[in-house]
Design a protein around this ligand. Sequence first.
Ligand code: ATP
Ligand code: MG
Length: 174
Amino acid sequence: MRLFVALELPEELLEALSETSAALRDSVRGRYVAPDRFHVTLAFLGEVAGTRVGSASSAVAQACAGHGPLPVALGELGSFGRRNSAVLWQGVEGGELLDALARDVRASLKDAGFSLDDKSFLPHVTLMRAADLTKGALPMPALARGVVDTVTLFSSDLSGAHPVYTPLERFFLG
Ligand code: ATP
Ligand code: MG
């Protein structure tokens, strides 16, 4: 199965992200991510045998044990990829605490034998895919602050019309 580890966000942040997404609807064409799928990916494991889920779960548990609740703030809009078919996201600022959490989760998964990419960690919430950024200006994003206290191991099923994420296990911070 396809696995990833992500932060689930507190209500204040989800509300602001929904506001940003609603504002984007008036100015950008593309595929919108439904608000119930908003998350911040810490590590993407890709296809993993079902028999290794337990091992992934222990690795994440071990990494999270050393971390407490995480104050975060929403930041600017940004994009990956081509201007006419971009991934459009809103940045998440969590400073050194968030960087350290992502580093520890990734290191722990690597120690357990999972292969992860070596891209530098740029915390964000994806709001749109296949976004056409060639026309018009982007709106100002809605901002918010909150405290994250949950890291979740998700499976991702891409076989349907839209991705379905299923929480397999949740790890509380602090
Ligand atoms: P779709 O691929 O259909 O657009 P999705 O990207 O939301 O949907 P997945 O591809 O299963 O679903 O990805 C789950 C999470 O992992 C998302 O946050 C995605 O951005 C991230 N992710 C996917 N592939 C990678 C990768 N190669 N490296 C880093 N993160 C990834
Ligand atoms: Mg994907």
